[in-house]
Design a protein around this ligand. Structure first.
Ligand code: ADE
Length: 226
């Protein structure tokens, strides 16, 4: 997969890809991530990319020209399966969407900005608008990192044990069961006996029951999903 992230603040998001599983995924050449600074596409001598809003009002708006130049430059090189815009009023990111995105080859993510972005960019270039939750961030950089993380970890080979992604919370619309490791007794807080029993059929059943119970308690809405 190739991921192109367009942002006013490349450093805000690029460091996130320099550690742990995302870094290993790049080293293994399972994903390529490229960052593009919108300032590099400025059409004036000051390097600015925003301008006053037509009709007045507070705040500047990111103009269409630098964004169009950047997107069209990338599109000349390859076809993009999805051009994502991060915005609080987009579709709420869920595991199903992450699964579908993980099967694509080329994804562009345009980070939104608190100042706003010319609406024509959304109308004419963007194919998918995603929100990571019902709260407002100062910009789309964190959202781009969250979206990328949820997608990259699902690419086959990224996680050392592929089944660990399949058994994640939300993959079956169920919350994951609790897990434990040594010591078996910490200050009298004990690991459930069933997990020490060696009876794998019973352990699987226990885990499933725990998943159902936790989902009912914590996220009952998931049980109604298809
Ligand atoms: N930009 C600002 N807030 C956001 C959110 N909740 N999700 C995605 N992008 C955003």
């Amino acid at each position: 997969m190739r991921l192109d992230i367009i942002t006013l603040f490349p450093r805000m998001v690029s460091s996130f890809f320099e550690e742990s599983i995302l870094k290993r995924a790049q080293n293994k050449q399972l994903v390529e991530v490229h960052f593009h600074d919108l300032h590099d596409y400025s059409q004036n001598n000051y390097g600015s990319v925003d301008d006053y809003a037509y009709g007045g009002g507070a705040g500047m708006v990111i103009g269409i020209e630098p964004v169009a130049l950047c997107i069209e430059g990338l599109q000349k090189e390859r076809k993009y399966d999805e051009i994502i815009y991060t915005a609080p009023d987009g579709e709420l990111l869920g595991q199903g969407r992450a699964n579908r995105l993980s099967m694509l080859d080329n994804i562009m993510i345009l980070c939104g900005h608190y100042k706003g972005i010319d609406e024509r960019i959304r109308e004419h270039f963007v194919t998918l608008e995603l929100s990571i939750g019902d709260y407002v961030l100062t910009g789309g950089e964190l959202a781009a990192a969250v979206i990328s993380d949820s997608v990259i970890r699902l690419i086959p080979g990224v996680l050392s044990d592929e089944t660990s992604a399949l058994s994640d919370s939300f993959q079956n619309n169920l919350i994951s069961p609790p897990v434990y490791t040594r010591p078996v007794d910490f200050r009298g807080w004990k690991v459930p006996d069933i997990l020490l029993s060696g009876n794998h059929a019973k352990i699987d059943q226990w885990r499933y029951d725990q998943s159902i119970e936790r989902t009912k308690q914590r996220r009952p809405n998931l049980l109604d999903k298809e």
